[in-house]
Design a binder for this molecule. Structure first.
Ligand SMILES: NC(=O)c1ccc[n+]([C@@H]2O[C@H](COP(=O)([O-])OP(=O)(O)OC[C@H]3O[C@@H](n4cnc5c(N)ncnc54)[C@H](O)[C@@H]3O)[C@@H](O)[C@H]2O)c1
Length: 258
């Protein structure tokens, strides 16, 4: 397993699902975690789980759609832990399950503000900090992983704004990776298939038939688990993967192979 001892990781949307699993996995691998989320109760719960396992973490309330709040959260991270080694831009919403013509301007704007704005402003604040700090004895100045989706590489019926937002995350990732490669900052995206988290489990609860439908289209015959996605995020951030930047890694149980 990769060793992240003394590295500081900032994770948005870490109050639940993939973000929480990622925070727990980084701390288990030696990192100090900043749990950023709009949901204070859930964010604090993640920190409690980390501390119960003797890990080091703080919670910062932050709406990723508001650039000033991400800037302030990165500043608080540096005030607390002295630096920032890893940024995980994971916070996101699933939006309304509806056809294109039924999606409203508000549905579209909210999706873009959170799923795209959160990654854009997150990277700006993180890269600014990474460029301004000494290299911490690591071969790399910083690592960023943006959470896209399988809907970022293919269409998703009933989720046009979501699919558009996740395609945008990959464009942002590739472009930022090109711009900061020579500065020793690696930036990748991850594209998970349907994964058991509040986002998907609520959809399944509302329409139980959905689980069977999801399973049917995934060649391995099951949905992902947040812990599996977390492990891939750690792998992307590991210093042993220094050649890997500007990629969108598909974790899809074989879905896009066919
Ligand atoms: N679950 C899946 O099937 C799946 C598949 C592919 C990609 N993803 C992506 O993974 C990421 C995490 O989703 P999840 O499945 O863990 O969902 P989740 O709903 O369990 O967790 C999302 C977290 O983001 C937080 N959040 C939402 N809006 C925010 C905002 N404006 N500012 C700060 N925090 C905010 C929520 O409070 C929550 O804690 C999302 O970007 C999602 O699009 C999920």
């Amino acid at each position: 397993m990769s060793n992240f001892t003394n590295q500081v990781v900032f994770i948005t949307g870490a109050g639940a699902g993939i973000g929480r699993a990622t925070a727990l996995a980084f701390v288990k691998a030696g990192a100090k975690a900043v749990v950023a989320d709009i949901n204070e109760t859930n964010g604090n719960q993640t920190v409690e789980l980390i501390r119960a396992a003797n890990g080091d973490a703080i919670f910062i309330a932050c709406d990723v759609a508001i650039p000033q709040q991400i800037e302030a959260a990165i500043q608080q991270t540096v005030d607390t832990y002295g630096r920032l080694d890893i940024g995980i831009n994971n916070a996101g919403i699933g939006g309304r399950f509806a056809r294109l013509l039924e999606q409203t301007p508000n549905d579209f704007d909210q999706m873009m503000a959170i799923n795209v704005g959160g990654v854009f402003y997150g990277m700006q604040a993180q890269i600014r900090q990474m460029l301004n700090q000494p290299e911490n004895g690591h071969a790399e100045r910083g690592k960023i992983v943006n959470v896209s989706s399988i809907a970022g590489v293919r269409g998703m019926a009933m989720g046009a704004p979501y699919s558009a937002s996740k395609h945008a995350v990959i464009g942002l990732t590739k472009t930022a990776a090109l711009e900061y490669a020579r500065k020793n900052i690696r930036i990748n995206a991850i594209c998970p298939v349907y994964t058991h988290s509040a986002m998907v489990d609520e959809l399944i609860q509302a329409a139980p038939i959905m689980e069977e439908r999801m399973r049917k289209v995934i060649p391995i015959g099951r949905l992902g688990q947040p812990e599996e996605i977390a492990q891939a995020i750690l792998w992307l951030c590991s210093d042993e993967n220094a050649l890997f930047t500007g990629q969108a890694l598909q974790m899809d149980g074989g879905l896009t192979a066919g």
